[in-house]
Write a protein that binds this ligand. Structure first.
Ligand SMILES: *[C@@H]1O[C@H](CO)[C@@H](O)[C@H](O)[C@H]1NC(C)=O
Length: 385
Protein backbone atom coordinates (compact mmCIF):
# COMPACT_ATOMS: atom_id res chain seq x y z
CA UNK A 1 0.00 0.00 0.00
CA UNK A 2 2.90 2.31 0.76
CA UNK A 3 4.33 1.70 -2.69
CA UNK A 4 1.00 2.35 -4.46
CA UNK A 5 0.60 5.69 -2.73
CA UNK A 6 4.08 6.83 -3.71
CA UNK A 7 3.58 5.81 -7.34
CA UNK A 8 0.21 7.58 -7.52
CA UNK A 9 1.75 10.73 -6.07
CA UNK A 10 4.63 10.79 -8.54
CA UNK A 11 2.31 10.31 -11.56
CA UNK A 12 0.25 13.22 -10.27
CA UNK A 13 3.36 15.35 -9.84
CA UNK A 14 4.76 14.57 -13.30
CA UNK A 15 1.43 15.48 -14.99
CA UNK A 16 1.45 18.82 -13.23
CA UNK A 17 5.13 19.27 -13.99
CA UNK A 18 4.36 18.85 -17.70
CA UNK A 19 1.72 21.57 -17.58
CA UNK A 20 3.72 23.91 -15.34
CA UNK A 21 7.40 23.01 -15.74
CA UNK A 22 8.63 25.59 -13.25
CA UNK A 23 6.43 24.48 -10.36
CA UNK A 24 7.97 22.24 -7.68
CA UNK A 25 5.90 19.94 -5.50
CA UNK A 26 6.80 18.12 -2.34
CA UNK A 27 5.61 14.53 -2.13
CA UNK A 28 2.92 14.15 0.52
CA UNK A 29 3.88 12.35 3.73
CA UNK A 30 3.30 8.71 2.86
CA UNK A 31 1.79 7.07 5.92
CA UNK A 32 -0.31 4.00 5.39
CA UNK A 33 -1.79 1.48 7.75
CA UNK A 34 -2.25 -2.26 7.40
CA UNK A 35 -5.75 -3.65 7.44
CA UNK A 36 -6.23 -7.26 8.50
CA UNK A 37 -3.07 -8.91 7.14
CA UNK A 38 -2.86 -12.67 7.72
CA UNK A 39 0.70 -13.76 8.55
CA UNK A 40 -0.04 -17.47 9.02
CA UNK A 41 -3.02 -19.79 8.90
CA UNK A 42 -2.24 -23.03 10.77
CA UNK A 43 -3.04 -26.36 9.08
CA UNK A 44 -5.49 -28.81 10.62
CA UNK A 45 -2.58 -31.03 11.72
CA UNK A 46 -1.88 -28.47 14.45
CA UNK A 47 -3.42 -29.07 17.87
CA UNK A 48 -5.80 -26.55 19.44
CA UNK A 49 -5.23 -23.63 19.92
CA UNK A 50 -2.87 -23.99 16.88
CA UNK A 51 -1.35 -20.51 17.33
CA UNK A 52 -1.13 -18.10 20.27
CA UNK A 53 1.02 -15.33 21.77
CA UNK A 54 2.45 -13.46 18.76
CA UNK A 55 5.66 -11.42 18.97
CA UNK A 56 7.19 -9.07 16.40
CA UNK A 57 10.49 -7.27 15.92
CA UNK A 58 11.40 -4.23 13.83
CA UNK A 59 15.01 -4.43 12.64
CA UNK A 60 16.29 -0.98 13.49
CA UNK A 61 20.08 -1.01 13.37
CA UNK A 62 20.55 -1.15 9.59
CA UNK A 63 20.03 2.50 8.72
CA UNK A 64 18.21 2.42 5.39
CA UNK A 65 16.29 -0.78 6.09
CA UNK A 66 13.32 0.61 7.96
CA UNK A 67 10.70 -1.85 6.73
CA UNK A 68 12.06 -5.25 7.80
CA UNK A 69 9.99 -7.01 10.45
CA UNK A 70 10.14 -10.45 12.02
CA UNK A 71 7.29 -12.33 13.70
CA UNK A 72 6.98 -15.49 15.76
CA UNK A 73 4.36 -17.14 17.99
CA UNK A 74 3.48 -20.25 19.97
CA UNK A 75 3.15 -22.82 17.21
CA UNK A 76 1.15 -25.99 18.04
CA UNK A 77 2.68 -28.09 15.26
CA UNK A 78 3.27 -31.84 15.43
CA UNK A 79 5.94 -32.63 18.07
CA UNK A 80 8.39 -31.17 18.74
CA UNK A 81 7.13 -27.59 18.50
CA UNK A 82 9.41 -24.74 17.40
CA UNK A 83 9.23 -20.97 17.05
CA UNK A 84 8.65 -20.08 13.36
CA UNK A 85 10.43 -16.95 12.14
CA UNK A 86 8.46 -15.07 9.50
CA UNK A 87 9.88 -12.00 7.77
CA UNK A 88 8.29 -9.01 6.08
CA UNK A 89 10.42 -6.64 4.01
CA UNK A 90 7.58 -4.24 3.20
CA UNK A 91 6.56 -3.02 6.63
CA UNK A 92 4.13 -5.85 7.38
CA UNK A 93 2.00 -6.42 4.25
CA UNK A 94 3.60 -9.67 3.03
CA UNK A 95 5.25 -12.37 5.12
CA UNK A 96 7.35 -15.48 4.41
CA UNK A 97 8.92 -18.08 6.67
CA UNK A 98 12.71 -17.63 6.75
CA UNK A 99 13.70 -19.99 9.59
CA UNK A 100 12.66 -21.95 12.67
CA UNK A 101 14.12 -21.64 16.14
CA UNK A 102 14.34 -25.27 17.25
CA UNK A 103 15.30 -26.71 20.61
CA UNK A 104 18.99 -27.65 20.26
CA UNK A 105 19.64 -28.86 23.80
CA UNK A 106 16.68 -30.28 25.77
CA UNK A 107 14.95 -32.60 23.32
CA UNK A 108 11.62 -31.01 24.32
CA UNK A 109 10.87 -28.41 21.66
CA UNK A 110 10.32 -24.68 22.06
CA UNK A 111 6.69 -24.63 23.14
CA UNK A 112 5.52 -21.44 24.83
CA UNK A 113 6.06 -17.69 25.06
CA UNK A 114 8.68 -16.68 22.49
CA UNK A 115 10.23 -13.21 22.65
CA UNK A 116 12.37 -11.47 20.02
CA UNK A 117 14.90 -8.71 20.76
CA UNK A 118 17.45 -6.85 18.63
CA UNK A 119 20.64 -5.67 20.32
CA UNK A 120 20.58 -1.85 19.91
CA UNK A 121 24.35 -1.73 20.55
CA UNK A 122 27.29 -4.10 20.85
CA UNK A 123 26.84 -6.41 23.84
CA UNK A 124 28.32 -9.62 25.22
CA UNK A 125 30.68 -10.00 22.25
CA UNK A 126 27.87 -9.61 19.71
CA UNK A 127 27.52 -6.62 17.37
CA UNK A 128 24.55 -4.26 17.30
CA UNK A 129 21.79 -5.80 15.21
CA UNK A 130 22.25 -9.29 16.67
CA UNK A 131 18.85 -10.89 17.31
CA UNK A 132 17.96 -12.77 20.47
CA UNK A 133 15.08 -15.18 20.94
CA UNK A 134 14.05 -16.22 24.44
CA UNK A 135 11.30 -18.73 25.05
CA UNK A 136 9.98 -21.58 27.13
CA UNK A 137 11.24 -25.07 26.30
CA UNK A 138 8.73 -27.62 27.63
CA UNK A 139 8.41 -31.38 27.01
CA UNK A 140 5.24 -32.85 25.49
CA UNK A 141 4.01 -34.05 28.91
CA UNK A 142 4.43 -30.50 30.27
CA UNK A 143 6.52 -31.86 33.16
CA UNK A 144 9.10 -29.03 33.19
CA UNK A 145 9.66 -25.45 32.10
CA UNK A 146 12.97 -24.05 30.89
CA UNK A 147 13.49 -20.46 29.73
CA UNK A 148 16.29 -20.64 27.15
CA UNK A 149 18.09 -18.06 25.03
CA UNK A 150 19.00 -18.38 21.33
CA UNK A 151 20.96 -15.98 19.10
CA UNK A 152 20.99 -15.10 15.39
CA UNK A 153 23.86 -13.07 13.93
CA UNK A 154 22.36 -13.11 10.39
CA UNK A 155 19.08 -11.25 10.90
CA UNK A 156 17.09 -14.35 11.82
CA UNK A 157 18.19 -16.82 9.13
CA UNK A 158 20.04 -19.18 11.50
CA UNK A 159 19.93 -19.69 15.26
CA UNK A 160 22.25 -21.05 17.96
CA UNK A 161 21.62 -21.93 21.60
CA UNK A 162 23.27 -19.46 23.98
CA UNK A 163 22.21 -20.19 27.56
CA UNK A 164 19.71 -21.60 30.04
CA UNK A 165 18.18 -18.70 31.97
CA UNK A 166 15.69 -20.23 34.43
CA UNK A 167 14.41 -23.75 35.16
CA UNK A 168 11.01 -24.52 36.67
CA UNK A 169 8.58 -27.31 37.32
CA UNK A 170 5.43 -28.57 35.62
CA UNK A 171 3.94 -26.19 33.03
CA UNK A 172 0.58 -25.63 34.73
CA UNK A 173 -0.61 -22.25 36.04
CA UNK A 174 -1.60 -23.79 39.38
CA UNK A 175 -0.51 -22.24 42.66
CA UNK A 176 1.90 -24.57 44.43
CA UNK A 177 3.34 -25.86 41.15
CA UNK A 178 6.71 -24.31 40.25
CA UNK A 179 6.90 -23.26 36.59
CA UNK A 180 8.58 -20.21 35.09
CA UNK A 181 6.90 -18.29 32.27
CA UNK A 182 6.92 -15.42 29.77
CA UNK A 183 10.42 -13.96 29.29
CA UNK A 184 10.89 -10.30 28.22
CA UNK A 185 14.38 -9.03 27.35
CA UNK A 186 15.68 -5.47 27.65
CA UNK A 187 19.21 -4.05 27.55
CA UNK A 188 19.87 -1.62 30.41
CA UNK A 189 23.32 -0.01 30.37
CA UNK A 190 25.87 -2.82 30.49
CA UNK A 191 23.36 -5.47 31.61
CA UNK A 192 20.81 -7.55 29.77
CA UNK A 193 17.65 -7.91 31.85
CA UNK A 194 15.28 -10.83 31.42
CA UNK A 195 11.95 -10.34 33.18
CA UNK A 196 9.70 -13.36 33.75
CA UNK A 197 6.90 -14.85 35.86
CA UNK A 198 8.04 -17.19 38.66
CA UNK A 199 6.02 -19.75 40.67
CA UNK A 200 9.02 -21.27 42.49
CA UNK A 201 8.82 -19.17 45.68
CA UNK A 202 6.74 -21.13 48.25
CA UNK A 203 5.46 -17.83 49.70
CA UNK A 204 3.82 -16.75 46.41
CA UNK A 205 1.49 -18.52 44.02
CA UNK A 206 3.27 -16.46 41.36
CA UNK A 207 5.49 -13.38 41.42
CA UNK A 208 7.44 -11.35 38.87
CA UNK A 209 11.24 -11.39 38.86
CA UNK A 210 14.19 -10.51 36.68
CA UNK A 211 17.74 -11.75 36.21
CA UNK A 212 20.66 -9.89 34.64
CA UNK A 213 23.67 -10.91 32.57
CA UNK A 214 26.73 -9.13 31.20
CA UNK A 215 27.64 -11.89 28.70
CA UNK A 216 24.29 -13.59 27.82
CA UNK A 217 25.82 -16.84 29.12
CA UNK A 218 25.62 -16.60 32.89
CA UNK A 219 22.72 -15.05 34.77
CA UNK A 220 22.63 -13.47 38.23
CA UNK A 221 20.16 -14.77 40.82
CA UNK A 222 16.50 -13.67 40.46
CA UNK A 223 15.41 -10.33 41.94
CA UNK A 224 11.75 -9.61 42.78
CA UNK A 225 9.88 -7.03 40.69
CA UNK A 226 6.27 -7.58 41.87
CA UNK A 227 5.15 -9.80 44.74
CA UNK A 228 2.09 -9.49 46.95
CA UNK A 229 1.61 -10.67 50.54
CA UNK A 230 -1.41 -12.85 49.66
CA UNK A 231 -0.17 -16.27 48.48
CA UNK A 232 -2.99 -16.68 45.94
CA UNK A 233 -2.26 -13.36 44.22
CA UNK A 234 -0.73 -13.81 40.79
CA UNK A 235 0.99 -10.83 39.19
CA UNK A 236 2.07 -12.00 35.72
CA UNK A 237 3.36 -11.23 32.24
CA UNK A 238 5.85 -8.36 32.56
CA UNK A 239 6.42 -5.98 29.66
CA UNK A 240 8.51 -2.78 29.98
CA UNK A 241 8.96 0.44 27.99
CA UNK A 242 11.39 3.35 28.32
CA UNK A 243 9.78 6.76 28.84
CA UNK A 244 11.35 9.83 27.18
CA UNK A 245 12.22 11.30 30.59
CA UNK A 246 14.49 8.34 31.38
CA UNK A 247 12.12 6.40 33.65
CA UNK A 248 10.77 2.93 32.85
CA UNK A 249 7.16 1.76 32.89
CA UNK A 250 6.17 -1.88 33.39
CA UNK A 251 2.74 -3.41 32.90
CA UNK A 252 1.51 -6.68 34.35
CA UNK A 253 -1.73 -8.55 34.88
CA UNK A 254 -2.80 -8.85 38.52
CA UNK A 255 -4.96 -11.79 39.53
CA UNK A 256 -6.00 -10.68 43.00
CA UNK A 257 -6.46 -7.00 42.12
CA UNK A 258 -9.40 -5.42 43.98
CA UNK A 259 -10.71 -3.69 40.82
CA UNK A 260 -11.06 -6.69 38.52
CA UNK A 261 -9.71 -10.21 38.09
CA UNK A 262 -6.45 -9.95 36.13
CA UNK A 263 -6.69 -6.11 36.01
CA UNK A 264 -3.84 -4.50 34.10
CA UNK A 265 -1.50 -2.72 36.53
CA UNK A 266 1.57 -0.59 35.95
CA UNK A 267 4.59 0.75 37.81
CA UNK A 268 6.99 3.59 36.94
CA UNK A 269 10.59 3.50 38.18
CA UNK A 270 13.76 5.47 37.44
CA UNK A 271 15.59 2.12 37.51
CA UNK A 272 14.14 -0.92 35.68
CA UNK A 273 15.80 -3.27 38.18
CA UNK A 274 13.93 -1.83 41.20
CA UNK A 275 10.25 -2.08 40.25
CA UNK A 276 9.66 -3.85 43.58
CA UNK A 277 10.26 -0.59 45.47
CA UNK A 278 7.62 1.50 43.67
CA UNK A 279 3.81 1.24 43.99
CA UNK A 280 1.61 -0.40 41.39
CA UNK A 281 -1.59 1.20 40.12
CA UNK A 282 -4.53 0.02 38.09
CA UNK A 283 -4.91 1.12 34.47
CA UNK A 284 -8.37 2.69 34.19
CA UNK A 285 -9.38 4.44 30.97
CA UNK A 286 -11.20 7.77 30.91
CA UNK A 287 -14.37 5.87 29.88
CA UNK A 288 -14.08 3.70 33.01
CA UNK A 289 -12.79 0.57 31.25
CA UNK A 290 -10.29 -1.51 33.21
CA UNK A 291 -8.49 -3.76 30.72
CA UNK A 292 -7.67 -7.26 31.96
CA UNK A 293 -5.16 -10.05 31.24
CA UNK A 294 -1.93 -10.37 29.26
CA UNK A 295 -1.00 -6.71 28.73
CA UNK A 296 1.72 -5.43 26.40
CA UNK A 297 3.16 -1.89 26.53
CA UNK A 298 5.21 0.13 24.03
CA UNK A 299 6.17 3.79 23.66
CA UNK A 300 6.07 5.73 20.37
CA UNK A 301 7.80 9.10 19.85
CA UNK A 302 4.81 10.39 17.83
CA UNK A 303 3.26 13.75 18.73
CA UNK A 304 4.74 15.93 21.45
CA UNK A 305 7.78 15.52 23.69
CA UNK A 306 5.97 12.93 25.81
CA UNK A 307 5.22 10.72 22.81
CA UNK A 308 2.44 8.16 23.30
CA UNK A 309 2.27 5.05 25.48
CA UNK A 310 0.15 2.21 24.08
CA UNK A 311 -1.18 -0.76 26.06
CA UNK A 312 -2.98 -3.82 24.72
CA UNK A 313 -4.83 -6.41 26.83
CA UNK A 314 -6.64 -9.70 26.27
CA UNK A 315 -10.02 -8.20 27.21
CA UNK A 316 -10.25 -5.71 24.39
CA UNK A 317 -9.81 -5.14 20.66
CA UNK A 318 -9.14 -1.47 21.54
CA UNK A 319 -5.82 -0.13 22.83
CA UNK A 320 -5.24 2.24 25.74
CA UNK A 321 -3.20 5.32 24.84
CA UNK A 322 -1.56 7.91 27.10
CA UNK A 323 0.36 11.02 25.98
CA UNK A 324 1.13 12.07 29.57
CA UNK A 325 3.93 9.66 30.61
CA UNK A 326 1.41 7.27 32.16
CA UNK A 327 -0.57 9.83 34.22
CA UNK A 328 -3.44 7.82 35.78
CA UNK A 329 -6.25 10.08 34.51
CA UNK A 330 -5.05 10.17 30.90
CA UNK A 331 -5.58 6.68 29.43
CA UNK A 332 -7.83 6.92 26.37
CA UNK A 333 -9.49 3.78 24.99
CA UNK A 334 -9.08 3.81 21.18
CA UNK A 335 -10.74 1.27 18.85
CA UNK A 336 -8.57 -0.81 16.50
CA UNK A 337 -9.45 -3.13 13.58
CA UNK A 338 -7.36 -5.97 15.14
CA UNK A 339 -9.43 -8.44 17.14
CA UNK A 340 -8.57 -9.15 20.78
CA UNK A 341 -5.96 -11.86 21.36
CA UNK A 342 -4.22 -13.51 24.28
CA UNK A 343 -0.97 -11.63 24.88
CA UNK A 344 -1.45 -9.53 21.75
CA UNK A 345 1.76 -7.81 20.67
CA UNK A 346 2.38 -4.11 20.02
CA UNK A 347 5.27 -2.63 18.06
CA UNK A 348 5.93 1.08 17.49
CA UNK A 349 6.89 1.62 13.83
CA UNK A 350 8.22 4.83 12.21
CA UNK A 351 5.84 7.71 11.39
CA UNK A 352 3.59 7.08 14.40
CA UNK A 353 2.33 3.72 13.18
CA UNK A 354 1.36 1.19 15.87
CA UNK A 355 1.56 -2.43 14.69
CA UNK A 356 -0.88 -4.75 16.52
CA UNK A 357 -0.28 -8.48 16.07
CA UNK A 358 -2.35 -11.32 17.47
CA UNK A 359 -2.31 -15.11 17.25
CA UNK A 360 -5.73 -15.87 18.69
CA UNK A 361 -7.38 -16.60 22.00
CA UNK A 362 -6.85 -19.23 24.71
CA UNK A 363 -8.52 -22.51 23.64
CA UNK A 364 -9.35 -20.91 20.28
CA UNK A 365 -10.38 -23.43 17.62
CA UNK A 366 -9.74 -21.19 14.60
CA UNK A 367 -6.78 -19.09 15.66
CA UNK A 368 -4.47 -17.61 13.05
CA UNK A 369 -1.72 -14.99 13.15
CA UNK A 370 -2.88 -11.58 11.99
CA UNK A 371 -1.59 -8.03 12.04
CA UNK A 372 -3.10 -4.60 11.65
CA UNK A 373 -1.85 -1.09 12.29
CA UNK A 374 -3.25 2.25 13.32
CA UNK A 375 -1.90 5.78 12.86
CA UNK A 376 -1.31 7.19 16.34
CA UNK A 377 -1.00 10.73 14.98
CA UNK A 378 -4.64 10.68 13.87
CA UNK A 379 -6.27 9.94 17.23
CA UNK A 380 -7.47 12.38 19.86
CA UNK A 381 -6.18 11.65 23.35
CA UNK A 382 -6.89 12.90 26.86
CA UNK A 383 -4.78 15.97 27.61
CA UNK A 384 -2.29 16.18 30.45
CA UNK A 385 -3.88 18.89 32.62
C1 LIG B 1 9.05 10.59 34.34
O1 LIG B 1 7.64 10.77 34.33
C2 LIG B 1 6.97 9.93 35.26
C3 LIG B 1 5.48 10.18 35.07
O2 LIG B 1 5.16 11.53 35.31
C4 LIG B 1 7.43 10.22 36.67
O3 LIG B 1 6.77 9.33 37.56
C5 LIG B 1 8.92 10.01 36.75
O4 LIG B 1 9.38 10.35 38.05
C6 LIG B 1 9.61 10.85 35.71
N1 LIG B 1 11.03 10.49 35.72
C7 LIG B 1 12.00 11.39 35.81
C8 LIG B 1 13.39 10.84 35.79
O5 LIG B 1 11.81 12.59 35.93
Amino acid sequence: MYLLKVVAASIFISCLAFAHPTTEFLAPRAVSTLDDVTIFTPPSTYSIPRTLYARTLLLETDGDETDVLLATWENYSPEPPYFPIYQSTDGGSAWTEISRVTDQVNGWGLRYQPFLYELPSQFGGFPAGTILCAGNSIPADLSATQIDLYVSTDKGLTWSFLSHIASGGVAEPVNGDTPVWEPFLMLFGDEMIVYYSDQRDPDHGQKLVHQTSTDLLTWETPVDDVEYDVFDDRPGMTTVALLPNGSYIMTYEFFGAPEASFAVYYRISDDPTTFDSVPGQVLRATDGTIPTSSPYIVWSPVGGTNGVLAVSANSDSAVFLNQCLGAPNAWTRVATPESASYSRNLRALPDGILLITGAGVLSGTDNSVTTTSIDLSSVTLASCD
